[in-house]
Design a binder for this molecule. Structure first.
Ligand code: SF4
Length: 211
């Protein structure tokens, strides 16, 4: 099975998982966030390349020693990596158990996709946007009921401690009180590892990273 990949970024440290990581950016996402940082993943008209799992392994294995020495590995992002659950499971079978696999995900997918990758994935960076359904909908154009169900599923599976949950302050969409309400709701589910950040928006309304 092949997957469409927008970019592969090597030798990352401390930004998307433990140790040295290679970020693999998949095409396609179910959301349309107002301040999307990766809009090139949202349309197949942007450049991308097709890989099967073995081809991707051949590409990223050059950093094997870094991964093993630092407890790092491959982080799959996007776009939405859970749309490529089968590919991620194939990649795990090809790369073996020595590397860490992390997913950077919104969790806005059917639970079956999440369930299927649980044995292959070591950790998750969960981008919840905002826990409030109305704020979420106005920011992403989508409903967050699948996100909430998947957060519950991960917690019930005893994997909340393998998640870093991003709780952003999104200018024009939520407030610090909304962020703290989201953190409280997540704590009630069993999550306790949060990254608070503020989206940095330029005068033209484009996101330029985080504060
Ligand atoms: S989830 Fe990520 S890739 Fe998808 S629209 Fe939002 S910011 Fe963009």
């Amino acid at each position: 099975m092949a997957a469409e990949i927008s970019a592969i970024a090597r030798l990352r440290i401390g930004v998307d998982g433990e140790g040295v990581t290679t970020l693999v950016v998949f095409m396609s996402c179910p959301l349309r966030c107002r301040y999307c940082l990766n809009p090139q993943t949202l349309s197949m008209s942007f450049p991308h390349k097709s890989y099967c799992a073995a081809e991707l392994y051949d590409e990223v294995k050059k950093d094997n020693l870094y991964f093993l020495a630092t407890g790092g590995g491959v982080t799959f992002g996007g776009g939405e990596p859970l749309l490529r659950a089968d590919f991620i499971n194939e990649f795990r079978a090809v790369c073996g158990s020595g590397w860490k696999i992390c997913l950077e995900t919104s969790l806005n997918v059917d639970k079956e996709l999440l369930q299927s990758v649980m044995p292959s994935v070591d950790s998750f960076i969960v981008d919840v946007k905002d826990m409030n359904p109305e704020i979420y909908s106005s920011y992403t154009g989508a409903d967050n009921s699948k996100v909430l169900a998947n957060l519950e599923y991960i917690a019930e599976a005893g994997r909340a401690s393998s998640c870093l949950v991003r709780v952003p302050l999104i200018p024009g969409f939520n407030t610090e009180d909304d962020v703290e309400a989201g953190v409280a709701a997540l704590k009630a589910l069993g999550y306790d590892n949060f990254e608070r950040l503020t989206y940095k928006i330029d005068p033209h309304g484009k996101r330029k990273g985080n504060l």
